[in-house]
Design a protein. Structure first.
Length: 389
């Protein structure tokens, strides 16, 4: 053993930390490590208490405020630097921070100063600032300055189309979207822009053509079938609607309106049992969808299942208090159930939103008089009178 140690010292003296010695040291380390492992394995395993990782709650509002403070501090620093050294680089950085802080008017002034006739990006920056400030005509005007120089840049026409849509110039927007697609046939956002215009115009036929084009070009995406399902249902193409809605439900089972339109299609086709099943499922599955609650309420009301219908209408109102049809359905079903107090309250709310309910309201009062409910007749009559004024 002594001889071995002596030999190691001699090698160390001549080679220092040579690869040979390091290799030998590594081998020795592995041997020592193996011995330690073997000793550990020979001992009985001891159970260690596992602690659950702490869940740290992130205060998003606090983080947002902190980010805002940092941003404003950076803006203040950059303004001082620009005042001292007004370089292009510093101005661009300042404008960028101003845009993030939604100080669009200040950003516009800087981007105006930075305009370069040979720099497309400088015009796009100014157009973006105008867009942030909702100055749509100015955005269109700025983009018009660069289109003659870059006539084949599809995005210029696309941005103009969006701006025209914002100011309700839908025909001009349509022309610009189509120009975009002529230059870039696979510009998906331009297809969506066109589709939204046809929805605004209530032109479902043209809308379907756009959706079918997108399916052909981009494949079967869930959002295409969601729109196609609604489109066909609204136009009473029930066979096509059924096929589209089934695909929509398969691709997007968590979208409430896919189930609702599928149920409505079944109802329109006369498959009432199937419709009731689908619409009731949708209402239970999506309590936050007023559309699902209203549709389920209607189908149950038509079946004279007023108890269940009233529950759906009540949930619809909880979800969206502005839904007149749900208030009306709630008033009607509660009246049928003899819950005149709840019904009266609902009719009063409907009256504030839709005076056409007056005829029905007066009819309900008359029914109460005929049935000898004089106290309720007086209350309903008083409410009907108030509804006139």
């Amino acid at each position: 053993m002594r001889n071995v140690k002596h030999l190691s010292l001699v090698i160390l003296f001549f080679l220092g930390n040579s690869p040979i010695l390091l290799s030998a040291e590594n081998e020795q380390a592995k041997t020592d490590s193996a011995k330690v492992v073997n000793k550990t394995r020979s001992k009985a395993p001891t159970k260690t208490k596992q602690t659950k990782p702490k869940i740290v709650k992130v205060d998003k509002e606090k983080l947002a405020k902190r980010a805002e403070l940092i941003r404003k501090k950076n803006i203040s620093i950059l303004k001082k630097k620009v005042a001292k050294t007004p370089s292009k680089e510093l101005k661009q950085k300042l404008a960028l921070y101003l845009m993030k802080d939604q100080q669009y008017k200040d950003a516009i002034e800087i981007y105006r100063d930075l305009l370069d006739p040979n720099d497309l990006k400088s015009y796009l920056n100014l157009a973006e600032a105008y867009r942030g400030n909702k100055a749509w005509l100015d955005e269109i005007r700025v983009l018009n300055q660069v289109i003659p120089k870059w006539p084949n840049y599809a995005n210029l026409y696309f941005l103009q189309a969006n701006a025209f849509k914002e100011i309700d110039k839908l025909d001009d927007a349509t022309i610009k979207y189509r120009k975009t697609l002529s230059l870039q046939p696979k510009f998906e956002d331009a297809y969506w822009g066109l589709y939204e215009i046809f929805k605004l115009k209530k032109n479902n036929y043209e809308g379907r053509i756009i959706l079918q084009d997108m399916i052909r070009i981009f494949g079967e995406k869930a959002e295409y079938y969601t729109e196609l399902c609604q489109n066909y249902t609204e136009d009473s193409y029930f066979e096509e609607a059924l096929a589209a809605c089934q695909v929509a439900v398969r691709l997007s089972p968590k979208i409430a309106k896919n189930h609702v339109y599928l149920g409505l299609t079944q109802q329109y086709k006369g498959n009432n049992v199937q419709a009731e099943k689908i619409l009731s499922y949708a209402a239970r599955q999506f309590p936050g969808s007023s559309f699902a609650q209203e549709s389920a309420g209607k189908v149950m009301q038509e079946k004279e299942n007023y108890e269940v219908a009233a529950k759906f209408y009540r949930q619809c109102i909880r979800t969206d208090k502005s839904k007149v049809n749900c208030w009306k359905g709630y008033a009607q079903t509660n009246f049928q159930l003899g819950k005149y107090k709840e019904s009266l309250k609902a009719y009063k709310i409907v009256c504030e939103k839709d005076r056409t309910v007056l005829t029905e309201f007066k009819k309900q009062a008359a029914i109460l008089r005929i049935n000898g409910k004089s106290d309720w007749y007086d209350k309903y009559t008083e409410a009907v009178t108030s509804c006139y004024y």
